[in-house]
Design a protein around this ligand. Structure first.
Ligand code: HEC
Length: 112
């Protein structure tokens, strides 16, 4: 069964990248600390599995960008999210790791 075109991985993204991004996102003290395991039920960050976005347009490039620059406090849209997202989620990720994280996050919101 072929996935709908909109759910095919973006150009340049591989399943290995998604898997590596999963490990990074769900590692202790990483993105999941705010967004929750698997991007669900986070206390300080939005659910990333709804397919609806407020800071990005849902494209892979836009997700790479927001992970790189973060979200300053004055750009937070929902007051229950009390802590800003620091650039790279507060880590010193390589470009490759950011690409992997974005690949994983992209799949969370684009279900096959
Ligand atoms: C300190 C908490 C925190 C951490 C850690 C964090 N985020 Fe966030 N993230 C946020 C907040 C807050 C927002 C914006 C929520 C709002 O506007 O209400 C956000 C937004 C986002 C968005 C945009 C969602 C949209 O609706 O457009 C993405 C994508 C994202 N984060 C991915 C990540 C990734 C990947 C990591 C790990 C590298 C990460 N975040 C780490 C708090 C965090």
């Amino acid at each position: 069964m072929a996935a709908a075109p909109s759910n095919a991985l973006p150009a340049g993204v591989t399943a290995a990248m998604v898997s590596a991004g999963d490990s990074l996102f769900n590692a202790p003290r990483s993105c999941n600390g705010c967004h929750g395991k698997g991007g669900v039920d986070g206390r300080n960050g939005p659910n990333l599995t709804t397919g609806k976005y407020e800071h990005v347009d849902g494209s892979y490039a836009s997700i790479v960008h927001v992970i790189t620059v973060g979200i300053p406090k004055d750009s937070i849209k929902h007051a229950e999210h009390r802590f800003p997202m620091r650039p790279q989620g507060g880590h010193d990720y390589s470009d490759e790791q950011i690409a992997n994280l974005a690949a994983y996050v992209w799949t969370l919101g684009h279900h096959g």
